[in-house]
Design a protein around this ligand. Structure first.
Ligand code: KG4
Ligand code: ZN
Length: 350
């Protein structure tokens, strides 16, 4: 079954063609980073306009990548899958409208996909040939941690399509914390990769930033305290966000100490989740799952606690449409059916 997936929840436009939920024939992603860079974050109005400008071109490019044209696609594509929640509403509507139009024009069915659940599914796929798909029996039940620019959430997952939310963030998402810390340190946008690069030459023990773990056993997250601690540490308590860094500050050390604090929290929350649920399997996905330090620490955690921890390939960690097409196929197989009344929702379903 050939599925065309569309992703436009935030600042990446993505279109992919995926066969049977795993064989990626084409995976086009257009990042809007250059447009949002100078604002230090995603500007919703700019994002939706950029999706409008990109989407048709990207659909044609994705089809060409799979050896198809808009004309031949009508008989080749079996299903359209679109990320319809959660995300920026204007951005979501661009992808949804494109998906509905294609479904009508080609007379193919449509299925709406939850973007966060698709991040979890990305761990099942391989980004490059030889493609493969992990079987559900190998993976579930599992604690699933999704850490990205917009979300930090923990789920108890029973299959690729069944996820119960067991923890979420009370304020910033983990990726957002990276982005804000990077802005404070003058490291550019997006912050995750920039902080991670800077941290390579730093000493993680140079400063001990707070690890906000909330009450014992809590699976929720809070990252705003760490961000404020970084701000006060590097600029002084009474200086504003735009004040210069104190002259004795080594950016590499702060980046490493900050990264260590975030990673400590994420590893501890995952430990709590597997213990509470009695699971010995975990999935960690989303943009922050690309973080090298996090992957190393989780590998150590996995070995020590006899938990199997899975991550997506690096190319599938950040937003893409291959994961949308992949999960769309699984939802379809599980009997999910949508039609032209499908709506977009800024918040995730609980
Ligand atoms: O999943 P994603 O592409 O978009 C959302 O769904 O939000 O995640 C983007 C986020 C950004 O906040 C970015 O700073 C973060 O993932 N990120 C990283 C790394 N690469 C991307 N954070 C830490 N370390 C990285 N290597
Ligand atoms: Zn995402």
């Amino acid at each position: 079954m050939l599925v065309l997936g569309i992703e436009s929840t935030c600042d990446e436009t993505g279109v992919a063609l995926v066969e049977d939920g795993w064989r990626i024939l084409s995976n086009q992603v257009l990042s809007q980073v250059p447009l949002h860079e100078r604002f230090g974050g995603v500007v919703p109005e700019i994002a939706s306009r950029a999706h409008v400008e990109a989407i048709t071109r990207l659909i044609e490019k994705a089809l060409a990548g799979a050896g198809l044209t808009p004309a031949s696609a009508a008989s080749a594509v079996d299903l359209i899958a679109v990320a319809h929640r959660p995300g920026l509403i204007g951005s979501l509507l661009v992808g949804l409208t494109a998906a509905k139009s294609l479904a009508l024009a080609w007379d193919v069915p449509l299925v709406g996909v939850d973007h966060i659940q698709a991040h979890i599914y990305s761990a099942a796929m391989r980004a490059t040939a030889p493609f493969d798909l992990l079987g559900e029996e190998e993976v579930f039940p599992s604690a699933s941690l999704v850490v990205s620019g917009g979300h930090s959430a923990l789920y108890a997952s029973r299959s690729w399509t069944e996820h119960a939310l067991i923890g979420s963030t009370q304020d910033d998402a983990a990726g957002e914390a990276f982005d804000k810390a990077a802005a404070i340190l003058g490291l550019g946008y997006p912050g995750g990769p920039a902080v991670s690069r800077a941290a390579r030459d730093g000493d993680p023990a140079s400063v001990r930033f707070p690890r906000t773990l909330l009450e014992p056993g809590s699976l929720d997250f809070s990252f705003s305290g760490i961000k404020t601690a970084v701000l006060y540490h590097v600029k002084g308590q009474d200086s504003g966000r735009d004040a210069p860094l104190r002259p004795d500050i080594r950016v590499a050390d702060i980046a490493a100490a900050f990264e260590e604090a975030i990673v400590d929290v994420l590893v501890e929350k995952l430990r709590r989740a597997v213990r509470r649920e009695g699971f010995d399997r975990a999935i960690v996905s989303g943009g922050v799952a690309a973080n090298r330090r996090l992957r190393d620490r989780l590998e150590r955690f996995a070995a020590k606690e006899s938990v199997t921890v899975r991550f997506p390939d690096l190319a599938l960690c950040t937003d893409n449409a291959a994961m949308i097409a992949g999960l769309g196929y699984q939802l379809w197989t599980a009997g999910v059916r949508h039609d032209q009344t499908l709506d977009a929702y800024p918040m995730t379903a609980r």
